[in-house]
Design a protein around this ligand. Structure first.
Ligand SMILES: C[S@@+](CC[C@H](N)C(=O)[O-])C[C@H]1O[C@@H](n2cnc3c(N)ncnc32)[C@H](O)[C@@H]1O
Length: 278
């Protein structure tokens, strides 16, 4: 069974659905207890390539959004002159502060970055699709806020779910693995996954160039923003960022017009450009 999506809808519906999405995602992440999934240190080839190629910007003052269990933090702290991480989950923040005492961490929602001064960062990193917990309006506001925080030509590195892969999303009962451990894990978690999916699939939403979808992450307990490469480039341009490169998970370049079908998340590097004249 593939995931059912509800297309279209009015602007009022979109806002309502965005509020519902935020409530769902904030409940899942804010509750904590997910630290164990994010303590490992592995980088995807795309992340390793971006960190290497943009080393200069990453060697200044860096802000990490949704630092989680420090998977990326470990690499960032080794390069950055100063690193500040924020996360909504208290246990993630406490773990990062203990593990990386030379950096500073604060618990907070990335929708409110008003504590940070304008043009104070050389780079902002938002790994593992953290921006996708927000809906379209909140994402737009955050991009404007990141433009304010970055110095001119400052760097934004982030990843986002690839809308081209939406048809590949499947419900919890689809294709249970034949591997005994994975099978048992999935079966044990199945009632929770099915209940979450049944509840959240009704909140899925399709915008003009994005979709809000319930995928399998954390037992189908989240609603994520999905967007394709070219629409992300246009979105960045609307918020005065210039796309430098887009990579598939394996580190290969996704060129304009390519969908990277089969690659469920895309990695982006963009620089702050000057506000366009009206
Ligand atoms: C998918 S995890 C990624 C963790 C880490 N960046 C990594 O790459 O492994 C997303 C992280 O974002 C945090 N998060 C979710 N919503 C947030 C919000 N509104 N503001 C700040 N952090 C948030 C979660 O608590 C979680 O630690």
């Amino acid at each position: 069974m593939s995931v059912q999506v509800h297309a279209g809808g009015s602007a009022a519906n979109a806002l309502e659905s965005e509020e519902a999405q935020l409530a769902v995602n904030t409940r899942t992440w804010g509750a904590g207890g997910l630290l164990r999934w994010y303590k490992h240190r592995k980088l995807h080839p795309a992340e390793a390539a971006l960190f290497e190629r943009h080393r200069e910007a990453l060697s200044g003052r860096v802000l990490e959004l949704g630092c989680g269990g420090g998977r990326l933090t470990r690499h960032l702290v080794a390069t950055a002159r100063e690193l500040h991480g924020i996360d909504i989950a208290a246990d993630m923040v406490a773990y990062c502060q203990r593990s990386y005492p030379t950096a500073t961490f604060s618990q907070g929602d990335m929708r409110d970055l008003s504590a940070f001064a304008s043009e104070d960062f050389d780079a902002v990193v938002a790994g593992a699709n953290v921006l996708d917990v927000l809906g379209d309006h909140a994402r737009a506001s955050l991009l404007d806020e990141l433009h304010r925080l970055l110095r001119p030509n400052g760097l934004l590195i982030f990843s986002s779910h690839n809308l081209a892969c939406a048809p590949l999303l499947a419900g919890p009962t689809h294709k249970l693995s034949k591997h005994p451990v994975r099978f048992t894990n999935r079966v044990v978690r199945l009632p929770r996954s099915v209940a979450n999916h049944r509840r959240l699939v009704a909140l899925q939403h399709f915008g003009p160039d994005y979709a809000i979808l319930n995928d399998e992450a954390h037992d189908y307990s989240l609603l994520h923003y999905y967007i394709g490469r070219d629409d992300e480039e246009r979105q960045l341009a609307r918020h005065n960022f210039e796309l430098v490169e887009c990579l598939a998970l394996d580190g290969t370049t996704v060129a304009p017009g390519e969908s990277a079908f089969g690659c469920h998340e895309l990695h982006y590097a963009a620089i702050r450009s000057e506000a366009r004249k009206a």
